[in-house]
Design a protein around this ligand. Structure first.
Ligand SMILES: NC(=O)c1ccc[n+]([C@@H]2O[C@H](COP(=O)([O-])OP(=O)(O)OC[C@H]3O[C@@H](n4cnc5c(N)ncnc54)[C@H](OP(=O)(O)O)[C@@H]3O)[C@@H](O)[C@H]2O)c1
Length: 255
């Protein structure tokens, strides 16, 4: 099954679409024929991407969203539904990280990471599923996890715990919502080069990290396109509760 154009007629909401992977996902999915709704807190950045997408003929919209605030999630889905119609596909991509030794993590920092990366994904997924069920439609949720949810690294205990929780949540929701024809899968990227981390990977520590990846290179955002299109499209109709790892072999690096 060809994946290009495979999202024609689908309405997709992407959280955390103001930068990095989320912005890239919005472009990839829009170019595959979907109507895309870009959601995040920094509205001006969303508007810039929406304008660029519309100039390329993509049906694109922006809605403000803070995934930590349930009222904001409801309002974002209301606005997205008005703009594009019932949301068929959700990319739960909004996420934050911080590099802090476990002994020094404050309660506030722990809560911020868990509220955004785990609780926020649940709130968004639940909102999407309630609306799909009410509309009598099936749909697809893609949770953007991380290989740090499958193995650990130093100074990221809260992030690793949140992403591991997101993987388990993916499987639990897949079990409960299969009866509503709602599929829930996780995309688990390894280290992907973005504007935020590019400088780090020029440092000695960054270069050493790349040497531990079996393919000896960072992932590029385009490396996620095929797996993302697979999970969003009917090509993965019999996949739910799966974790699709895209990491150049990092998880299978030698111990
Ligand atoms: N880059 C990598 O190597 C990598 C690897 C594995 C997994 N990931 C995951 O991929 C996702 C995207 O990461 P990225 O590298 O693209 O980082 P990024 O450029 O910092 O993007 C994070 C996005 O999340 C949004 N966001 C943060 N808090 C939010 C909130 N409370 N409500 C709504 N949106 C919020 C941000 O938008 P606003 O600030 O405008 O709200 C931003 O658009 C994250 O879940 C991350 O854990 C990244």
């Amino acid at each position: 099954m060809a994946l290009t154009g495979s999202l024609q007629g689908k309405n997709v909401l992407i959280t955390g679409a103001s930068s990095g992977l989320g912005q890239h996902f919005a472009t990839t999915l829009g170019e595959a024929g979907a109507s895309v709704v870009l959601a995040a807190r920094r509205d001006s950045l969303l508007q810039e991407t929406v304008a660029a997408l519309r100039a390329r003929g993509v049906n694109a919209h922006a809605v403000p969203l803070d995934v930590r605030d349930p009222a904001s999630v409801t309002a974002a889905f209301d606005a997205a539904t008005s703009a594009a119609g019932v949301i068929d596909v959700v990319i739960n991509n909004a996420g934050i990280t911080a590099t802090t030794p476990a002994l020094d993590i404050s309660h506030d920092e722990w809560s911020r990471i868990l509220d955004t990366n785990l609780t926020g994904c649940f709130t968004v997924a639940q909102q999407a599923a309630r609306r799909l069920k009410a509309a009598g439609r099936g749909g697809t949720i893609v949770n953007v996890a991380s290989i740090l949810g499958q193995r650990v690294a130093g100074m990221l205990s809260h992030y690793a715990a949140a992403k591991a929780g997101l993987i388990q949540l993916t499987q639990a929701l897949a079990l409960e919502w299969a009866r509503y024809r709602i599929r829930v899968n996780a995309l688990s990227p390894g280290y992907i080069e973005t504007d935020l981390n590019r400088d780090f990977f020029q440092t000695d520590a960054g270069k050493a990290l790349i040497q531990r990846i079996p393919q000896r290179r960072l992932g590029q955002m385009s490396d996620l396109d095929g797996p993302l299109l697979l999970l969003c499209s009917d090509a993965s109709a019999y996949m739910t509760g799966s974790v699709l790892t895209v990491d150049g072999g990092h998880l299978v690096s030698s111990l």
